[in-house]
Ligand binder design. Structure first.
Ligand SMILES: [Zn+2]
Length: 164
């Protein structure tokens, strides 16, 4: 690492620490030539491979703007969206690959979005999974219902129980 002050070609690391979510490391460095100190930040890169084959760096902002559209009119705050994007990034990084295909991002969004808001989830899934009929919606809703029922911690409105 070159010294930004005197352009000396070497520097010494005097302290390293990871940021809170572990996605970057800050290093305090000192130049052995001029003695001045500076900080560098290292990010593990996460690259997205688009369907066209082009690549771009992962961006939480893009996750947020993609999901925000599905959340229009829903009780979802900007904080919820930011947290969702963070969870998506963590899930992708946990796979341990430096490159991720774009469709895997959609998959990584579905889980946390479903926990956040089921209507937004259905909207997003309908675009992402290219629902093209009512049956696609019906089966997605059936899956949501089936997985919700065993929880049983909150009372279910009587209307939805009429079958039993
Ligand atoms: Zn220097």
């Amino acid at each position: 690492m070159h010294c930004p002050f005197c352009r000396h070609t070497d520097s010494r690391v005097i302290d390293s620490r990871a940021n809170d979510d572990g996605t970057a490391i800050r290093r305090r460095r000192q130049c052995p030539e001029c003695g001045r100190r500076f900080t560098t930040v290292e990010n593990a890169s996460l690259t997205i491979i688009k369907r066209s084959g082009a690549t771009e760096p992962f961006s939480r902002d893009k996750i947020v703007s993609g999901v925000r559209r599905a959340c229009q009119g829903r009780p979802v705050s900007e904080d919820d969206l930011a947290l969702l994007a963070q969870r998506v990034e963590e899930a992708l990084r946990q796979q341990g690959q430096a490159e991720v295909e774009a469709h895997e991002i959609g998959l990584a969004i579905l889980g946390p979005l479903r926990e956040l808001d089921e209507v937004a989830y259905l909207r997003f899934a309908s675009v992402y999974q290219a629902f093209d009929s009512l049956e696609d919606f019906e089966s997605a809703i059936a899956v949501l219902r089936a997985e919700r029922e065993p929880v049983g911690t909150e009372p279910v409105p009587s209307k939805t129980r009429s079958k039993t």
